[in-house]
Design a protein around this ligand. Structure first.
Ligand SMILES: Nc1nc2c(ncn2[C@@H]2O[C@H](COP(=O)(O)OP(=O)(O)OP(=O)(O)O)[C@@H](O)[C@H]2O)c(=O)[nH]1
Ligand SMILES: [Mg+2]
Length: 518
């Protein structure tokens, strides 16, 4: 973290503005640091980006199945006013977070003010997905973040006023804060401060379902937590007059300074245990993958920004009944389903966890084994929400994460421009020009899905061993496999068995030749 080059005093470089400023003329100047009134900003923040979290947007078609997961997830929503702080140190802080009434704060340092606002809007959608109520959102124009408090102490004090005025219990900062920045800011705003990474980790923790997913998320949380432990009890109770005075309230039952060393040790022990457990779960996944490989079933992986419509698309193509929710990171566990090309070949279609800008590295690391599913694919369907205000930005973010996974560079990527039913046709046209290998679809209306299936079929690897065999009638299973895995050129039933001329994968070819009676 570098110091600002110009030693600007707090306030000189700008703008978490006064509460209740004089109403000024609209249209802040483009060049100078404009002053954004908090009320302005919150109004913009609450205008949703894309279709994410538009009330009532999620529609289920028959393809989406019963959506049983939904009820379960709804039951897991946070309940206002209830604290679920747990004694176990591995649960400290994150499980005990009460993100109910939050104020968002971000810094606008480069790019346009629209970009900065879009980022804050996404943060609002993330916060709501985590179950919080967003009370206000503030953007500060500032060249470089302050190394001590991120916003600078003067502006942080103004943020503290906003927190007090709104009755917020948490500040969510749209950035990655260093442990000391978070601490410095907390000491001023006097409520819990979390950053984007912690928020995303919290959503993942709420949504993880499989044993492996849960273990991966917990590991990522602990890794994040370890350098950030602080003595909540002591520091918060010091702040007489603050909302958490008297050692009561959020986080006040966390570890005191004296306990920190002990906690660190317990956390490390827990992390080691989780790593061992995850390592044990891997073989099962690898076995499944290996068996698919052995049968040479081509694999297609659906990737894309969170809320792009990946699960909807999977359901449409396979009737899988995967949870579709207008929330970010609805899907954490990869679902693999069988699908068929129009000409009858079988392939697997895998739904994956959604990506987001600056996906916490701890999570990329933790989900590496899940993401390997992607690296093994023959074709990637990169689903894009074309109704989003910045689809290009989302495409770039997804490609950045993909770039971190080994072995994806040479996989065919088909860009699926989804939500065409609600998108601006000009945006669709612009993206089509930019992404030549793309298909325009709507998982809702079904538009474009036939073409998509055709394009998928075209890019699937074709089996290339030519066999000319007679399969005895007691090996109907092999004939069946030839139909689903390969391409049959000729088939006749004779007294000896089924005469087959077909193209199949090498392994199946070997098995067929071994049983052939010709
Ligand atoms: N209008 C419209 N909405 C869609 C379309 N496809 C999906 N949606 C909606 O977009 C939201 C997200 O859909 P999902 O399929 O859960 O998206 P996802 O990419 O799997 O999201 P995560 O698992 O959270 O990363 C839901 O509200 C869907 O109903 C579409 O073609 N048109
Ligand atoms: Mg999903």
């Amino acid at each position: 973290m570098t110091h600002p080059t110009t030693p600007a005093g707090d306030g000189a470089d700008a703008t978490i503005p006064e509460r209740n400023p004089e109403p000024t003329a609209t249209a802040p100047a483009e060049t100078a640091a404009p002053t954004l009134r908090p009320d302005d900003v919150v109004a913009r923040v609450l205008a949703r980006a894309g279709t994410a979290l538009d009330e009532g947007d999620t529609r289920w078609t028959d393809d989406d199945g019963d959506q049983l997961d939904r009820e379960e997830r709804a039951a897991l929503r946070r309940v206002g006013g209830l604290s679920t702080e747990l004694e176990d140190v591995t649960e400290v802080e994150y499980r005990s977070l009460r993100l109910e009434r939050v104020v968002l704060a971000g810094v606008w340092s480069s790019g346009t003010v629209e970009d900065a606002e879009l980022s804050l809007r996404e943060l609002a959608a993330l916060a709501e997905t985590a179950g919080s109520e967003v009370l206000d959102g503030l953007l500060q124009r500032r060249q470089n973040p302050d190394p001590g408090t991120y916003f600078g102490s003067g502006k942080a004090a103004e943020l503290a006023d906003v927190v007090r005025a709104t009755g917020a219990d948490t500040v969510v900062v749209d950035a990655d804060l260093s442990p000391s920045q978070r601490r410095g800011l907390e000491d001023i705003v006097k409520v819990k401060v979390i950053d984007r990474t912690a928020l995303i980790l919290d959503i993942f923790a709420q949504h993880a379902k499989s044993k492996e997913g849960k273990a991966q998320v917990e590991l990522a949380q602990l890794e994040y937590l370890l350098p950030r432990l602080r003595g909540w009890g002591e520091s918060m109770s010091r702040q007489a007059g603050g909302r958490v005075a008297g050692g009561e309230g959020i986080g006040s039952r966390g570890p005191g300074e004296t306990k920190i060393e002990l906690d660190r040790r317990r956390i490390r022990t827990r992390m080691a245990k989780l790593r061992r457990e995850i390592a044990h779960m891997r073989p099962a996944r690898e076995t499944r993958r290996a068996s698919r490989r052995r049968h040479q079933v081509p694999a297609v992986a659906i990737v894309g920004y969170t809320n792009a419509g990946k699960s909807s698309l999977l359901n449409r193509l396979t009737g899988a009944g995967v949870l579709v929710e207008n929330a970010l990171f609805a899907t954490l566990d990869p679902t693999v389903r069988r699908a068929r090309t129009p000409d009858g070949r079988t392939y697997t279609l895998a739904d994956t966890v959604g990506f987001v800008r600056s996906l916490p590295t701890q999570l990329v690391e933790a989900f590496r084994s899940t993401l390997e599913e992607v690296a093994e694919a023959d074709v990637l369907l990169h689903v894009v929400d074309v109704s989003h205000p910045d689809p290009e930005g989302q495409i770039a973010a997804v490609r950045t994460v993909l770039g971190e996974i080994e072995g994806v560079d040479d996989i065919v990527e088909v860009v699926v421009l989804n939500k065409a039913d609600v998108a601006d046709p000009e945006t669709v046209a612009r993206l089509r020009r930019r992404e030549p290998r793309s298909v325009v679809v709507s998982a809702h209306t079904g538009e474009g899905l036939e073409e998509l299936q055709r394009v998928v079929a075209e890019h699937l690897p074709r089996p290339h061993e030519v066999v000319d065999v007679v399969v005895p009638y007691d090996r109907g299973d092999l004939v069946h496999r030839v139909h689903s895995e390969g391409e049959v050129d000729d088939e006749q039933h004779t007294a000896d068995g089924t005469v087959l001329r077909a193209r199949v994968g090498a392994d199946l070819a070997a098995e067929l030749r071994a049983v052939s009676v010709a």
